[in-house]
Write a protein that binds this ligand. Structure first.
Ligand SMILES: Nc1ncnc2c1ncn2[C@@H]1O[C@H](COP(=O)(O)OP(=O)(O)O)[C@@H](O)[C@H]1O
Ligand SMILES: [Mg+2]
Length: 251
């Protein structure tokens, strides 16, 4: 069964793209076939993977394409087992286009349908805000994975985001918040430990092992490489590999 996961939360700078890319890479290294869909106009996924110069088209082209050939050419093979639909500036146009369609909430679900057996995971790296594309993504997936930076505002943002999820459940009853991934964990900081404990208490089933704060994750992204390519011994590599195992076990 193909898994569809939105890496989403209404807040920016919490590790959504870092998680999408490194979780995707870890799953790909385990032999899973993964498509990363960049739904943010900042176009970070292709930067983090160092393939920006190879991008000819992306998600917006994919959705308006009329032929299978056009659709296929929008997908970029970034690594072995890891494909990307780029985001970028075209998304602004796309949102406008989506707004003009009838049944606009489910266009993505209807059009992004991989060939049976072609992929094991479709992972959507979401933008922080809340708009017609976010609704489309949450209608197209079964699972939500929310990174939560262990800082107070992120915990507050989570409550608001849960309300969004509930509102979309009317359109997509399958949708559920399946994973909460604490990010930027620093066990030396009392605040960090206490936010983690709060999260574990409130969401015992969803909370995963935290991703520790690790500057190598930023460095890798800046180099256009995954953490596994830059420093497989780094805590970030260990943490994202553990997350991939947890997610894959639930298949
Ligand atoms: N575990 C971590 N430790 C240290 N820095 C991190 C970690 N996760 C993400 N970052 C950094 O935090 C910033 C925001 O991360 P990013 O994944 O782009 O967030 P988002 O996609 O939610 O906006 C980036 O500079 C990234 O390198
Ligand atoms: Mg991002």
């Amino acid at each position: 069964m193909m898994r569809t996961i939105a890496v989403a939360i209404a807040k920016g700078g919490v590790g959504k793209t870092t998680t999408s890319v490194n979780l995707g890479a870890a799953l790909a290294a385990m032999g899973r076939r993964v498509l990363l869909v960049d739904c943010d106009s900042q176009d970070q996924v292709v930067r983090f993977l160092g393939v920006r110069s190879q991008v000819r088209a992306g998600l917006s082209h994919f959705l308006v394409a009329r032929t299978a050939e056009e659709r296929n050419s929008a997908v970029l093979e970034a690594r072995e087992n890891l494909w990307v639909l780029a985001g970028g500036v075209g998304l602004t146009e796309l949102k406008r286009w989506l707004g003009k369609q009838s049944k606009s909430d489910t266009i993505l679900k209807e059009r992004l349908v991989p060939r049976e057996g072609a992929l094991d995971y479709v992972i959507y790296d979401c933008a922080p805000g809340w708009d017609i594309l976010s609704v489309n993504i949450l209608c197209a997936v079964d699972e939500v994975l929310s990174p939560v930076a262990l800082q107070a505002p992120a915990l507050q943002g989570l409550q608001a985001f849960l309300t969004y999820i509930q509102s979309v459940q009317k359109l997509n009853p399958e949708l559920r918040l399946r994973y909460l991934v604490p990010t930027m964990f620093d066990k030396r900081l009392k605040q960090s430990r206490s936010y983690l404990a709060q999260l574990q208490k409130a969401f015992p089933a969803q909370v995963c092992e935290p991703i520790r704060s690790n500057v190598k994750l930023s460095e890798a992204a800046g180099l256009g490489r995954t953490i596994f390519e830059v420093d497989p011994e780094a805590s970030g590599a260990e943490d994202y590999e553990a997350l991939a195992w947890r997610v894959d076990q639930d298949a």
